[in-house]
Design a protein around this ligand. Structure first.
Ligand SMILES: [Zn+2]
Ligand SMILES: [Zn+2]
Length: 284
């Protein structure tokens, strides 16, 4: 099987790379451990977690996209997800059908995801190695709704939910008060996707959420991203996204990008931010 990158980032904080496709994080308190995002459901995730901690697990999801919730079925505990992203977990909901027109089939979504993304991220992996990642999940995934402002006490450290709608209506960041790390999911990455209406919000709604996040910048030192970087990331990228979306809202953005290896549409790069957006959905 392909080797998975697992690194200790801070006291009690590990990154578990989902074979470079997406990132999960394990935050271990004195009584419980939080798994922040569950990945696409690949390889033997429970074994990796067991090698780090045997504390009871709380699963916290940054948002409802398949590449972050696909591994919930590895565990027999329900996963917390913002209530506005709950429709992603219902495979025949309007939102799921807006993304997967023929209805959402988790096994097919996982296979499509691995075979479309993995060759870009793991150019040396063989087809057999990728196929071997598509293991059976032992449990039926179950989900519980959460709200912005909710706190999870892990014993000696508390994780707070900060609602940052944009990439999805229920996208959230998680703030760990002990490590002072902010886990951003897809709210803030190498690139930001706001171009899947109706499941994404207007550029304006995202912009306002990021300003709220930046107003709390003294409570965190660095970011842990949902994709791409395996290291803790400079928090000032949040400001790049605030500036980029302000330029889009004011009609001052130009030199749009139409495609990269992974994305197509209308993209705008500003400093380290790359925003893919829907020109018809800038304001509410
Ligand atoms: Zn996403
Ligand atoms: Zn993602």
């Amino acid at each position: 099987m392909l080797k998975r990158e697992v690194r200790n980032l801070a006291d009690g904080v590990w990154i578990i790379s989902d074979y470079l496709l997406d990132n999960m994080y394990l935050v271990v308190g004195e009584e419980k451990a939080a798994l922040i995002d569950a990945g696409a459901g690949l390889g033997n995730l429970p074994e990796v977690i067991a090698s780090i901690t045997d504390k009871p697990l709380v699963i916290l999801l940054t948002h409802g996209h398949f590449d972050h919730i696909g591994g919930v079925g590895f565990f027999d505990v329900p996963a917390y997800i913002h209530e506005e992203d709950m429709p992603f977990t219902q495979y025949d909901s309007e939102i799921s059908l807006s993304i997967y027109s023929e209805g959402f089939d988790p096994a097919k979504a996982r296979e499509d995801y691995v075979f479309s993304r993995a060759p870009v991220r793991n150019p040396d992996a063989t087809k057999e190695q990728l196929k071997a990642l598509l293991v059976d999940l032992p449990y039926k995934p179950s989900f519980v709704g959460m709200k912005g402002g909710q706190k999870f006490d892990l014993g000696g450290r508390t994780i707070e939910v900060i609602h940052t709608p944009g990439h999805s209506r229920g996208s959230c960041c998680f703030l760990d008060d002990k490590s002072r790390l902010l886990f951003t999911g897809d709210t803030c990455n190498d690139s930001l996707l706001l171009n899947f209406p109706p499941s994404t919000t207007s550029v304006m709604t995202y912009h306002n959420g990021m300003k709220k996040l930046w107003s709390r910048k003294n409570e965190y030192d660095a970011l842990c991203l949902g994709h791409d970087s395996l290291e803790i990331f400079d928090k000032t990228i949040i400001n790049d996204y605030i500036e980029a979306t302000k330029l889009i809202i004011e009609g001052k953005a130009s030199q749009f990008i139409s495609s990269t290896a992974l994305h197509k549409g209308t993209g705008f790069r500003h400093k380290r931010a790359l925003v893919w957006f829907d020109p018809e959905h800038i304001r509410d």
